[in-house]
Design a protein around this ligand. Sequence first.
Ligand code: SF4
Ligand code: SF4
Length: 497
Amino acid sequence: MDIRSQVSMVFHLDKCIGCHTCSIACKNIWTDRKGAEYMWWNNVETKPGTGYPTKWEDQEIYKGGWEKNGDSVSLKGAGKLKGLKNIFHNPNMPSLEDYYEPWAYRYTDLFEAPEGDDQPIGRAVSLITGEPIEIQAGPNWDDDLSGTPDYARQDVNFKHLSKAEQESMFQLERMTFHYLPRICNHCLNPACVGSCPSGALYKRGEDGVVLINQERCRAWRMCVTACPYKKSYYNWNTGKSEKCVLCYPRLESGQAPACMHSCVGRIRYLGVMLYDADRIEAVASCDEAELIDRQMEIYLDPFDPAVIKAAKENGISDSTIVAAQNSPVYKFVKKWRIALPLHPEFRTIPNLFYVLPLLPAMASVSEDGVYDSLSENLLSGVEKLRVPIRYLSSLFAAGNDNKIIEVFKRLHAVRVSRRDTTVKDVTETQLNKVMSEANMDIHEANEIFRLTSLATFEERFVVPAAHREEAIEMLENTGDVKGNTGFGFKMKPERGL
Ligand code: SF4
Ligand code: SF4
């Protein structure tokens, strides 16, 4: 057992209101610079939709992530030989059109335009050329439109749905959308780290944050191709790649990352997870159907005396172990099993988890067009969801529908128990049935409700300030540091240069 600690995040999708405050907070701090105009280290997409950059989920186009090769994995489109082949032209790299041409409005025209017959307007000008442009796309172009044909119907996840299932999502009374906030997943098996020929990318020992050493980056841009989430970006001005740093200077001083600190919907939860680095390769290379279960096994019980002992022997501090015991991420992911990783089939073992959006899935409109709020219909069960299970399993469970159903049963049980407490129109038989189907008791349902709806900031953000002295020790004790392959990530020679 090789125990490490990882700072992880949970996003509660039912609570995201798509306000983009998180994206703006991040932009103001980190990417409001020349060469970074088009970058959104934190972005919020509308699903169904094509996302940012366009169709980032389609690895037939971008060749990101790892693919299974027997008992191991290899990079799909980056790495030694594949990378060299594309050194002068990489057809798998997203272009500016795939991101979008960043623009600003010439607001000064509103004040300085000479008097005339027409109202002055602030024209959109390209932040790249400075010339006026006709805006064609943006980082969340489909925002709030519940799926316009050009974007929603192009959603990559639809390729796993039948035509009838796709059509069902666009019937007016069934139409639904949810937001999908995304940052770098600070993966346990980061494809970006494995792809970098210069060894510029590394995973920090003390908290698992994945960073790019700007001094060592040589602009190969392999990480841009390799990251299946497209969360590594190339800065055309500095000639270096950049990515989300999880606001590590803030974390080190005990402050929440800007995206979390500013989140209006309070959808974000940040906490420590203890994991066994010895199991990374086995998890990354397991069969697709097992990916979720195997990833869950890698995170360890922070109350288990054997885990505590091994963690201490590995230099993990008492305060980190206590933080892991109080981690809201551990509760949502391991204890309550209602949060899943995004696209686990990319095999990077991502450390961000999403509580599935139950509301658009379950709310219904009656035949005469009236929003149905009777318990009988509102709580009619997971088999009558508006969103096809297959769509969500393509997003969050590598196509394993059962995982989505398990989560929905548990979320549904929490909702029924709250209905019983507040509206009191649920029969005892109804309540007992959903609770037993979800394998949940009232105490657990109340706990989930509390952390979802009433939690204080201190309950949502449980991370000890970093121990810099430990970081240095772990750095010295890690054999593969010279190759800068990251801690807890056992690199095979063929995975990089
Ligand atoms: S999500 Fe982040 S850590 Fe994972 S591969 Fe992409 S850039 Fe690397
Ligand atoms: S700030 Fe929070 S609620 Fe608003 S879009 Fe971002 S994640 Fe969603």
